[in-house]
Write a protein that binds this ligand. Structure first.
Ligand SMILES: *Cc1c(COP(=O)(O)O)cnc(C)c1O
Length: 395
């Protein structure tokens, strides 16, 4: 039940955890929300207190009630041992990786990984003496054949946030564990509402809280959740590196989480409606949305996920750059920009290029990624229909 002193909402439905979890009104003079705590110094009353180090808070960099209000909710939803809020989704990925790896180790990363994840592995981990290799996102049990004695981490992102391959997490977990490696899953797309990787065998789960958790395109944050065995390494790595999230940003994440369930439901329905509609439009050669029966990984999606996110992609028949420009330059409702997860719809032309090495992207035509926001669905369709027409005309 809900504990108004600790904010624990254990054992209740997802919607109730989101609305009541992490809130402790009895500790905040009855106010509904945990306020923004700003503070570096935490005071000790006596030398005994200082020596004992038993206070709930010792120094602001290790967290405060506002950051904890977020961590409690994500821990509950992911079925994790613990969670830490960090300054960005990318920081969540980098801390998670560093918590598993040391010089001489090897890491296997899905070829579909978020681009900056790849840049970190190639540009930083390699420099620190860790080899980074990439694997076909659809490799499943085949991962076993790539494992080396020094492979200490496997990173999955399901689905990939540009190409939407669904990964077989139980199979990857089994292969990783058989060689003593940990499985990290970037779960930003589904959120813990629709996928809980730890329950499928993963060891660490990261989120770009910037996206769906915040939900309004106005703050950066990330979360790392882990099982009990992996937790100490995560917390030690975060502490040694000095990562901390401000109370102001934590507050925006906490606020976003309160409405996550209804937002996800709306994003899901709209995205699916538009994905199905796109399948029937001229010029559209494929729609990459795992909840569509036409998606190659639909069976795994149905087995492991309980819902789908706001983000998917589609390809249009081959055409020169002028057609792509004609498509995106005159959009009225969709806007062009990085990120996703806010209330507003976004559309991004995608070039995979050097970012695929294990399984080069060979699909013909131009790839577009869309985040479906909360606008009227008919307005979104009309905007896309006009863009497709411009695309064809500019060829
Ligand atoms: C955006 C994103 C990240 C990084 O999050 P930031 O908060 O922008 O650093 C990580 N993984 C995925 C899948 C993302 O889409």
């Amino acid at each position: 039940m809900i504990d108004k002193k600790s904010g624990s909402a254990g054992g209740l439905s997802v919607e109730t955890v989101l609305t009541h979890g992490g809130r402790a009104p009895d500790e905040q003079f009855g106010f509904v929300n945990t306020p923004v705590y700003r503070g570096s110094t935490v005071l000790f009353k006596t030398l005994d207190d200082l020596d004992a180090q038993q206070q709930r808070f010792l120094y602001g960099r290790a967290g405060n009630p506002t950051t904890e209000s977020v961590e409690a909710v994500i821990t509950e939803l992911e079925g994790a041992h613990k969670t830490r809020l960090v300054p960005s989704g990318l920081a969540a990925v980098t801390i998670a990786l560093m918590s598993c790896l040391r010089a001489g180790d090897d890491v296997l990363i899905t070829d579909s990984a978020y681009e900056p994840t790849r840049a970190f592995a190639d540009g930083f981990l390699q420099k620190m003496g860790v080899t980074a290799r990439y694997y076909d996102p659809r490799i499943g049990v085949g991962l076993t054949s790539l494992m080396q004695p020094n492979t200490k981490a496997v990173l999955a992102e399901s689905p990939g946030s540009l190409t939407f391959e669904i990964q077989d997490i139980p199979a990857l977990a089994k292969a990783a564990h058989a060689s003593g490696a940990r499985l990290i899953v970037d779960n930003s797309w589904a959120s813990p509402l629709y996928l809980q990787p730890l329950r499928l065998g993963a060891d660490l789960v990261v989120h770009a809280a910037t996206k769906m958790f915040v939900g309004h395109s106005d703050a950066f944050a990330g979360t790392i959740s882990a099982n009990e065995e992996s937790w100490a390494d995560v917390e030690r790595t975060r502490r040694l590196l000095g990562f901390f999230t401000s109370g102001d940003d934590a507050f925006l994440v906490a606020r976003g989480l309160r409405t996550l369930a209804i937002r996800m439901k709306e994003h899901q329905e709209r995205a699916l409606e538009i994905a199905r509609w796109l399948e029937a439009q001229p010029e559209v050669t494929s729609v990459l949305h795992p909840a569509l029966p036409s998606h190659p990984d639909h069976a795994i999606f149905k087995r492991d996920f309980t819902g789908s996110g706001s983000l998917f992609a589609f390809t249009l028949a081959p055409a020169p750059r002028a057609s792509v420009a004609a498509f995106v330059d005159h959009l009225q409702i969709f806007s062009m920009g990085y990120s996703w997860g806010g209330y507003e719809s976004l559309c991004l032309p995608v070039k995979l290029g050097k970012n695929r090495t294990a399984k080069p992207w060979t699909a013909e035509g131009n790839l577009f990624r869309v985040h479906i926001g909360l606008e009227g669905v008919d307005d979104l369709k009309a905007d896309l229909a006009a863009a497709i027409e411009r695309y064809a005309r500019a060829r």
